[in-house]
Design a protein around this ligand. Structure first.
Ligand SMILES: *Cc1c(COP(=O)(O)O)cnc(C)c1O
Length: 420
């Protein structure tokens, strides 16, 4: 993106966001003879031309396996793959690229850290989660608890529609010295709550617990400084920040990886192997068994460059403006009730409508070209606690437009009348 455009975005010029939108080929199409309105960004974000081109370029010019080869293509692929690690480190302000393990995404990252830490847990220890966790940051801890005998506890959400967010007062009694791991989401994918990550990490450290942050909904939506947050581990997915699918990372505080046993065994992660035993390479390669997602890592680096070229602070401001508009616009629809906190939310709005089940609403909207998501959003225990069959979720990213919010509101108001 050129400097003039960057300056215009800084000045908040609406027409310039039209140029940003033009970077995303997929957005300019009709579905069911209606203009596509894609408001399912919390499930996966769309890809700009720059990311698509990086993937094509790699496959057309450099494709080869990494690390073991001594020929030109393998060296190029290795340089690009390790360069991607350095670019991701820069994107999140990590001190050293070696703190970044490439994984398939948030789910694999949490599984990796949960399985590794489980080896050091014992009965009497506590793993603390929250009631708003995605299954990805819950099920691996259930497995770790079962393997180790540790107990799993939860920080509750406040209010009938979780409008109070996390019950931080309950932390005082929950965060005891028995807690060895505190795993929580930065932004809830169901409620939109933004949790005070730096404070939660600090309080975990104060009782000697390791903090594990699920950043799937926050990375790429605003400045993310892993050192300022003070987290011990951060998990995220590339595909929610304009990168390819099947790439993400686990980031660890310096020094933590050296003490962790590997998760998966196989090629690429070994130092030497005999028939009965093996020795491991150093971190992060010890955790990257087998052929890694090479093209995907390169695509993720392209996404980092793209988002940085717009500016994460501008993206955050754009997200916030769109979300405020969506929220007030949806609130005007008769029978529609917004779930989650009234202020301070990520770029998504979850709601229910008296007239119709979430799945019926999402199907109705889909036929009009509007892509929403309905159901439990991989947070079944939270839905059960709130007594909801599910919600409808509209989720935004910077390339969405205010016109799309108007269109979505019209379609949902129509749905309200249709199902009445
Ligand atoms: C999407 C999401 C995940 C899971 O990410 P994957 O890419 O499917 O591994 C975990 N937590 C939150 C909060 C999410 O939004």
């Amino acid at each position: 993106m050129n400097p003039a455009l960057h300056a215009a975005i800084a000045a908040g010029s609406a027409s310039r966001w039209e140029n940003v939108r033009a970077d995303f080929p997929i957005l300019h199409q009709q579905v069911h003879d209606k203009p596509l309105v894609y408001l399912d960004n919390a499930a996966t974000a769309q890809k700009p031309r720059a990311v698509i081109d990086a993937l094509v370029r790699f496959y057309e010019r450099d494709n080869s396996n990494v690390h073991r080869g001594l020929h030109a293509l393998s060296m190029r692929a290795t340089d690009a793959y390790e360069g991607a690690r350095a670019r991701v480190a820069q994107f999140i302000n990590a001190a050293d690229p070696a703190e970044i393990i490439f994984t398939r995404g948030t789910t694999e990252s949490v599984n990796l850290v949960a399985r590794s830490l489980a080896a050091g847990l014992k009965p009497g220890d506590v793993i603390l989660c929250t009631e708003m966790e995605h299954h990805s940051n819950l099920v691996p801890w259930q497995q770790a608890a079962r393997l180790s005998g540790a107990e799993l506890k939860f920080v509750p959400v406040l209010g009938a529609d979780a409008e109070g967010g996390l019950d931080l007062a309950a932390l005082d009694s929950l965060l005891t010295p028995q807690v060895k791991v505190f795993a929580f989401t930065h932004i809830s994918n169901t409620l939109g709550c933004i949790n005070p990550v730096a404070e939660l990490c600090r309080r975990a450290r104060a009782v000697g617990a390791l903090s594990v942050v699920d950043a799937a909904q926050s990375i790429g939506h605003g400045p993310f400084d892993v050192r300022a947050l003070g987290a011990d581990y951060v998990a995220f997915s590339g595909h929610k920040m304009c990168g390819p699918t099947a790439i993400g990372a686990l980031i660890a505080r310096p020094g933590l990886l050296d003490a962790m046993p590997p998760f998966l065994g196989g090629g690429e992660m070994i130092e030497s192997v005999s028939f009965l035993q093996s020795s491991w390479r150093e971190a992060p390669w010890r955790f990257e068994a087998g052929t890694p997602p090479i093209a995907q890592a390169i695509g993720l680096a392209a996404a980092c460059r793209y988002l940085d070229s717009i500016g994460l602070d501008h993206i955050a401001a754009r997200d916030a403006a769109l979300t405020a508009a969506l929220k007030s616009s949806l609130a005007s629809i008769p029978g529609l009730r917004i779930v989650g906190p009234p202020h301070e939310r990520g770029s998504l709005v979850s709601f229910v409508m008296d007239q119709a089940h979430p799945h019926d609403l999402v199907t109705f909207a889909g036929e009009k070209g509007l892509c929403l998501r309905g159901g439990h959003h991989c947070t079944q225990p939270l839905m059960r606690k709130l007594g909801l069959p599910g919600t409808v979720r509209a989720s935004l990213y910077f390339y969405n437009s205010f016109d799309e919010i108007d269109a979505a509101t019209r379609i949902l108001a129509d749905a309200g009348r249709y199902f009445a």
